[in-house]
Design a protein around this ligand. Structure first.
Ligand SMILES: [Ca+2]
Ligand SMILES: [Ca+2]
Length: 406
C-alpha cells in the first residue's frame, strides 16, 4: 500500500514511456501552500519546468506535458480529483495521470471498445477506465477513483450523546439476549452533547489492512502482530490488521505519513455534523439513525458473542458492507475491527465547547471506537465509547489513520 504521498503505479508506467510521450494530468490543488501554483491567466503551471499549457475548469487543473515534466511535477504537486468527475482524453495521449488523495496514479489510455482496466491495486489505482461512445479517435473517459482517504472539511459538529441518544443506547442493549446485564453506566461517558470545532482533516476510508501493514513490518518499523504467518483467521491481505497495540497503531500511521485520528475526528466521521445551532447530534450509525443488522459486521450481547447473520462470524474483508458507508464513503466505522484512536480516555467530556480537542494529557487507557465483530448494536453507534490499556492486543481490535488537512 502506498503512503499518502506515494506514487502508486506511477513509477511503473513512467518506465514504459518515451520522454516525448504526451501526458495529461488532471486534478485540483488541495494545498494553497503547495510549491506549485496555478495561474490560469498565464496558461502555465508555475513551478513545473517545461509545462506547455493548461486550462482551469471547475476548479480543476489540467496540465499537458511530457514524461520528463511529469517526473518533476509528481514530486511537487499534491492534488486531488473530485470524486465522480471525468474527463475526455484525446487519442494522442499515451497516459493520463489521475491525482488523488493517496498520490498520483498513472493510467494507460485505452483504445477501442475494450479498454484495459488497471488491475492489482485496491483503492485509487483501481480506477474505472471506460469508453464513452464510439468516437473512433480513442477518446476515453477517466472516472476519478475514490482516494484511500476522505477530506473532511473544517466545521463545528455535535459530539457526545443527548439524553435521547443515551436512552437509545440503553434500549438497544436491552434488546439483546443478555438484557438483564445492561448497565446505564456503560454509556454514561458519552454524555453530554457539546459543540466541537475541527479543522480540515483527512481520514482513512477503510480500516488498515494486513496488506497495508506488512510493508511497515518489512521495513523494520512496525511490530509484527502475534499470529502465525498464513493464519486463515488473521493473515489475509484484505482483512483489517488486528492484535495490534495502541503503540503499534500509532507507529504505523506515522510511518504512513499520518497519525491516529483523535476521538473527535473519529466521531465526526461516523456521525456527521448534526445541528450545532440546536445542539442536536448527528446520525446514530454511520449509515443513518436506524439500526440494520445487515449493514455492518457485528456480534451480539449474548453468551455467544459471535453473530454470523451478517455473513461473518469473525473478521470480514474491509469494505464488505458498502451500504453501511457514511455519506462520504467511509467504510466499516461500525463493527468489523474496533478502532484505536489517539486520545487517552476520560470518563466524561469537558463541559466547555472545544477546538480540535485531543483528550486528557495523561491516562491509563486509550479510547477505542465503533465496536468490533463480537459487539452488539449499542456499541456500534457513532457516539459509543470504549477504552483499552495501550498495550492491549485483541482479535477484534484494529485501527485506521488520519492526517491534517489544508
Ligand atoms: Ca458478524
Ligand atoms: Ca471498524
Amino acid at each position: 500500500m502506498r503512503s499518502p504521498t506515494g506514487m502508486g503505479d506511477y513509477g511503473a508506467t513512467m518506465a514504459l514511456l518515451k520522454p516525448e510521450a504526451r501526458i495529461l494530468i488532471v486534478g485540483a490543488p488541495t494545498n494553497r501552500h503547495s510549491p506549485v501554483s496555478w495561474h490560469p491567466d498565464r496558461d502555465d503551471l508555475s513551478g513545473s519546468p517545461g509545462a506547455r499549457r493548461g486550462d482551469a475548469e471547475s476548479g480543476c487543473v489540467r496540465w499537458l506535458g511530457t514524461a520528463a515534466h511529469l517526473a518533476t511535477l509528481a514530486r511537487l504537486l499534491p492534488v486531488v480529483l473530485p470524486l465522480g468527475s471525468s474527463m475526455r482524453l484525446p487519442a494522442s495521449f499515451a497516459v493520463a495521470v489521475v491525482c488523488c488523495a493517496a498520490g498520483l496514479h498513472a493510467i494507460p489510455v485505452a483504445r477501442g471498445d475494450s479498454p484495459p482496466r488497471p488491475s492489482g491495486h485496491p483503492g485509487p489505482a483501481a480506477a474505472k477506465l471506460g469508453t464513452e461512445g464510439a468516437t473512433g479517435d480513442g477518446v476515453v473517459v477517466l472516472r476519478a477513483p475514490a482516494g484511500d482517504q476522505v477530506l473532511l472539511r473544517a466545521g463545528v459538529f455535535v459530539m457526545g450523546s443527548s439524553d435521547e441518544e443515551f436512552t437509545t443506547a440503553r434500549t438497544l442493549c436491552q434488546l439483546e439476549a443478555r438484557q438483564a446485564d445492561c448497565r446505564d453506566e456503560w454509556f454514561a461517558a458519552e454524555q453530554a452533547a457539546h459543540a466541537v470545532y475541527l479543522s480540515d482533516y483527512w481520514f482513512d476510508r477503510r480500516e488498515v489492512t494486513v496488506a497495508r501493514y506488512r510493508p511497515c513490518v518489512a521495513a523494520g518499523v512496525c511490530v509484527a502482530p502475534p499470529y502465525a504467518e498464513g493464519a486463515e483467521r488473521f493473515d489475509r491481505p484484505e482483512l483489517p490488521v488486528v492484535l495490534v497495540s495502541w503503540n503499534d497503531a500509532r507507529r504505523f500511521c506515522a510511518w504512513a505519513g499520518g497519525r491516529l485520528p483523535t476521538e473527535a475526528e473519529w466521531e465526526r466521521a461516523a456521525r456527521g455534523l448534526g445541528d450545532p445551532a440546536k445542539g442536536v447530534p448527528g446520525r446514530r450509525f454511520p449509515w443513518g439513525n436506524v439500526y440494520n443488522p445487515f449493514l455492518s459486521n457485528h456480534g451480539a450481547f449474548a453468551v455467544d458473542e459471535l453473530d454470523g447473520r451478517d455473513g461473518f462470524l469473525e473478521l470480514a474483508p474491509v469494505g464488505s458492507f458498502p451500504d453501511g458507508r457514511t455519506p462520504e464513503g467511509i467504510e466499516d466505522l461500525a463493527g468489523n475491527a474496533e478502532e484505536w484512536v489517539a486520545d487517552w480516555f476520560a470518563p466524561e467530556y469537558p463541559r466547555a465547547d472545544a477546538v480540535n480537542p485531543k483528550g486528557p494529557d495523561m491516562g491509563d487507557r486509550r479510547v477505542v471506537r465503533g465496536g468490533g465483530y463480537p459487539h452488539g448494536s449499542a456499541w456500534l453507534r457513532g457516539a459509543a465509547r470504549e477504552k483499552e490499556g495501550p498495550g492491549e492486543r485483541a482479535p477484534w481490535l484494529g485501527f485506521r489513520c488520519a492526517r491534517d488537512g489544508g
